[in-house]
Design a protein around this ligand. Sequence first.
Ligand code: MNH
Length: 469
Amino acid sequence: MTTTDYRRQNASDRVLPHPPYRIPLLGDLWDLHVTDSSQWGWRGAQKYGAIYERNILGSRVTYVSGPAEVAEVNNEDRWAKFLGVPIRNLRAVAGDGLFTAHNSEPNWAEAHAILAPAFQQSAMRTYHYTMVESTRQLLRYWGSQGDDVWHDVSADMSKLALDVIGRVAFGFDFETFTRAEPHDLVVRFQRVLRYINRAAYSHPLVEATVFRSQRDQHRADIAAVHRIVDDIVATRRAEPARSGGGDLLDLMLTSRNPETNEPLSDENIRNQILTFLVAGQETSAGVMSFALHFLSTHPEVADKVRGEVETVCSEGELTYDRVAKLRYLRRVVDETLRLWPVAPGYFRKAKQDTRVGGHPFEAGEWVFVVLLQLHRDQAWGDNPEAFDPDRWERDRRPADLANLYKPFGTGMRACIGRQFAYQEILTALALIVRNSELTANPDYELKIVESITLRPSELKLRINRRSAI
Ligand code: MNH
């Protein structure tokens, strides 16, 4: 098509594969799934191919999953991050924080410049001990529950990730493993996310009537969450000597934008703290949960990881430098993120009139990248569905890895927390596997729950102690 392309084409000329039985006005509405939308996007990709669309009441949702097509929309000259509905709704909590800022908002570049150094690999050395300490608390908590208990792994990984992010980001101890009841901030914050997720495609009138009390609770929760975080910031400001020894909050309070010499505003600092909770907790927790599922169902992999940890740590502690040597465990994590990219996709918006797979898109149109399909493309080899950490060996990896593997998004707005997530996940998994024996329930079949991110549903494992903590 491109060689004979002498005529400008508009979006209205675009004909893409789509579900059958398209209805006038309603389009493919019958084929809309709101509760498991990215798995549904994946099923569609399997049926309709590398690029297809669903037309929902006249709006076109385009799903892109073929490596060549994804490479086109990842091109930063022509496309940029777009805040799709679920992400845009998170602005109610995280405002113009890094994750939910529009590309055009000046606070993005300002906060990015100030925070980037704190997320570089070299900064992880500072956080490592806290990550170890939080994992030890988890292990003690499991230990205190006795043997032969079926642990709710997903819930426990959420607690761990919350503990880590609270302490490393803003020096706050949520005491997740010692409190009888979760902290007020946690209760309200989780209710806020649940509401946003439930109401994502609702109408304000429905919220004001049918869901009125939920909506009022939601507003009260947001106000309370803001108050609690503002208090944490004010306390730190008043007592900088009690600082977290260079945690992210210290950095935000003391740094200035090199260009304008302005510090971040208090409101923006609050938005960033809530952003770390929004973007950095459920994601890491999901990866650790899926990884524990795979380790429990592949004992030979778990044994290999244990052997590696024991070799690398033959002289004792899991120090910062040793984490980088856990090469096989890293493959386990990468393979987990390949099969279950916990952020199952991302949105891109055309900056100019352009094409994808030869199909015309006008400036301002947007697409959704389906990672669940991209990560299982045939370019991954014969059996892309299989959990096989060895496929990450140097000579077995696909040549075009950079275009086939995008669990942290792409371009300028890719995940800032990537190194943080690896450091946290590798540290936790290494200590868990060294310390415990994982036993799967033979009747368990992996099912996925979606709430923007993916989690294994109702995963229960027996975790019995092998050694002293
Ligand atoms: Mn994270 C952006 C995935 C862990 C903080 N993250 C993104 C994006 C993806 C993503 C995908 C891009 C979204 C988009 O294009 O709309 N993040 C992950 C995954 C993990 C993860 C799979 C864990 C594994 N992220 C973390 C952690 C933190 C964090 C941990 C913080 C401590 N992520 C962010 C922030 C952004 C982001 C902040 C927004 C970056 C930006 O736009 O500048």
